[in-house]
Design a protein around this ligand. Structure first.
Ligand code: HEM
Length: 437
C-alpha cells in the first residue's frame, strides 16, 4: 500500500525519462564500490555537516547592505520558485549561481530574513532530502542541474526545487500550477494582481493575516475548479500555509514590525527577487506558527481532485496542520523512502545524517525521532550513524489514495530567465494613496 504523496512521487520517479540527465553521469549497473567512487566525483565523501544553530544576534539589522549588493543573475545562474531564495542568491547570501549546501541555505535564511532556526531547518531539509544531492551536499534552487553532482540510482530524482509534487506544489500565490503550463518557477503577473486585489479588499492595502486567509482559500478554489490534478496534501499542505504567512512574518521591515506587508515590497520580493532599499530584517527570529490563523479562517482538509476538476476528496492518510511531527514523519517515511528504497554506502550515510538534521527542526516540539533506515548508537548520542546493513524498520500503513499520474517536466540546464528579469512597476505607482506610509 502506498500513501498519497508517495504514490505521486513514485509515479513521477518511475516515469522519469532516462534521457533526462546527461548520459555520462548514468550510474545504472555499477557495483556498490563503483557507485561510491562515481559519487565522490565532487571530492572525497564525508558525512555532511550539521546545519548552524540560532543566530547569535537575532534582532533587526540592515540586510540590503554594501556586502550584499543586488546583482542580476547571469544566464547560467539558476533561479527557482522560491522568491526568498532567489533574493538571497541575487544578493549573494547564498551562492549566486543558485546551487548551495543546505547548511548554508539555513544560515542565509536566518541571516537575511531572520527566519527562526527551526523553521529554516524544517523548510530547507524537507526540500533538500527530496530535491537535493545528499552525497555531494548540494541543492539547486530551481531546475535540475549537473552542477549538483552525479545522480544516485532511480527512482531518486534530485531535480532541484522545481520538481513538482515532492515539495513544490499547487496553489502558489504568484506562480502557476504545474498543470497549467509546466512552469512552476516564473512570476505570474495575473496571479500577483489577485494578491494585490485581496490585499486591498481584505487587508486595507497591505498583505496581512486577514488577506492571507482569504487569498489562500481563493488559490485553493482556483485549483479545485481548474486543475484536474490539483492536490494540497502533505507536504504541500505545510509549505502552502507557511508560504502564505512568510511574507507577513519575514518581509515586513523589522523597524515597522506590524505584520502589514507593503505591496511595493511584496512586488520587490515576488517579482524582482530583490531586497527593498534600506531593508532591515525582522526584529526577532520568526516562525510560521501563525499559519494556524490562516487555516482557521477557512479550514481546508488535505486532499486533491481525484477524477477531474471539482472532485476534491479529502485524503484521510495525510497529516494535517499544525501537526508538524506527523508531517515530518510522513515526509521521511513515505516521500523520502519512495525515492530512496534501498540506499547503500555513502548515500545511506548521507541520508541518515540529513534525516537527523531534519528531525532537529521538530525536536523542540517533542516529536519522536524516527529512523527509517535503521538505528544504531555510536556511543556519542549520534543514533543516525549506523552500519550500512542495519535492518529496515517496519513502516506504518498510511493506506491508499487514488491519484492520476502526472507528466514529468522537461529538465535541462538552460535557465528560464523570465522570473528574474522583471523591472517592477511599484504597487505604490498603481495605487499611491493606499500605500502611503
Ligand atoms: C529555507 C529554505 C527554503 C526553501 C527550501 C524554500 C523552498 C520553496 C519552494 C520550493 C517554493 C515553491 C513552492 C510552490 O510554489 O509550490 C517556495 C515558495 C515560497 N517561499 Fe520559500 N523556501 C525557503 C525559504 C524561504 C524564506 C526564508 C522565505 C521568506 C522570507 C520564503 C518564502 C516563500 C514564499 C512567500 C513562497 C511562495 C511563492 C508563491 O506562492 O508565489 N521561503 N519556497
Amino acid at each position: 500500500m502506498v500513501g498519497f504523496i508517495s504514490f505521486v512521487t513514485l509515479a513521477i520517479a518511475l516515469a522519469a525519462p532516462v534521457t533526462a540527465f546527461p548520459a555520462h553521469v548514468s550510474l545504472a549497473g555499477l557495483s556498490r564500490e563503483e557507485l561510491d567512487m562515481a559519487m565522490s566525483g565532487f571530492g572525497p565523501y564525508s558525512t555532511p555537516p550539521p546545519p548552524p544553530g540560532p543566530l547569535e544576534f537575532g534582532g533587526t539589522k540592515l540586510v540590503n547592505d554594501a556586502e550584499h549588493p543586488f546583482m542580476d543573475p547571469k544566464d547560467t545562474d539558476i533561479r527557482g520558485p522560491c522568491p526568498a531564495l532567489n533574493t538571497l542568491a541575487n544578493h549573494g547570501y547564498i551562492n549566486r549561481n543558485g546551487i548551495d549546501t543546505p547548511s548554508n541555505i539555513v544560515r542565509a535564511a536566518m541571516e537575511g530574513f531572520n527566519m527562526h532556526n527551526n523553521l529554516a531547518k524544517f523548510t530547507c531539509y524537507s526540500a533538500f532530502v527530496v530535491n537535493g544531492n545528499m552525497v555531494t551536499d548540494l541543492l539547486s534552487i530551481g531546475e535540475k542541474s549537473a552542477k549538483t553532482g552525479p545522480d544516485p540510482p532511480q527512482p531518486a530524482i534530485v531535480g532541484g526545487l522545481n520538481t513538482h509534487n515532492v515539495f513544490e506544489g499547487d496553489s502558489s500565490m504568484t506562480r502557476a500550477d504545474f498543470y497549467d503550463n509546466g512552469d512552476v518557477e516564473s512570476f505570474n503577473e495575473t496571479l500577483f494582481q489577485g494578491f494585490i486585489e485581496y490585499s486591498y479588499r481584505f487587508g486595507g492595502g497591505r498583505y496581512n493575516l486577514t488577506a492571507a486567509g482569504e487569498y489562500r482559500l481563493k488559490r485553493t478554489l482556483d485549483g479545485i475548479q481548474n486543475n484536474p490534478t490539483f492536490t494540497i496534501a502533505s507536504p504541500r499542505l505545510f509549505s502552502a500555509y507557511s508560504e502564505s504567512v512568510n511574507p507577513i512574518n519575514l518581509w515586513v521591515d523589522g523597524r515597522q514590525d506590524d505584520g502589514q506587508l507593503r505591496l511595493d515590497h511584496a512586488r520587490s520580493f515576488f517579482e524582482a527577487a530583490r531586497f527593498p532599499d534600506d531593508f532591515h530584517r525582522p526584529a526577532r527570529p520568526m516562525t510560521a506558527d501563525n499559519e494556524e490563523v490562516v487555516l482557521a479562517a477557512h479550514p481546508i482538509e488535505p486532499g486533491g481532485n481525484i477524477n477531474g476538476v471539482n472532485t476534491y476528496t479529502v485524503d484521510p492518510n495525510s497529516p494535517r496542520l499544525p501537526d508538524k511531527c506527523s508531517i515530518y514523519e510522513h515526509h521521511v517515511n513515505y516521500t523520502l523512502r519512495t525515492l530512496y528504497p534501498n540506499p547503500t554506502g555513502n548515500l545511506l550515510d548521507a541520508i541518515r545524517a540529513n534525516v537527523h538534521y531534519f528531525y532537529t527542526s521538530v525536536q523542540e516540539r517533542g516529536c519522536t525521532e524516527i529512523y527509517p533506515y535503521g538505528r544504531v548508537e555510536d556511543g556519542e548520542n549520534n543514533a543516525y550513524y549506523a552500519s550500512p546493513d542495519f535492518p529496515e524498520v517496519d513502516l506504518p500503513d498510511y493506506g491508499t489514495f487514488p491519484y492520476p499520474p502526472v507528466d514529468l517536466p522537461e529538465y535541462c540546464d538552460t535557465p528560464a530567465p523570465a522570473a528574474v528579469e522583471a523591472a517592477p512597476e511599484t504597487a505604490a505607482e498603481a495605487a499611491p494613496e493606499a500605500l502611503a506610509t
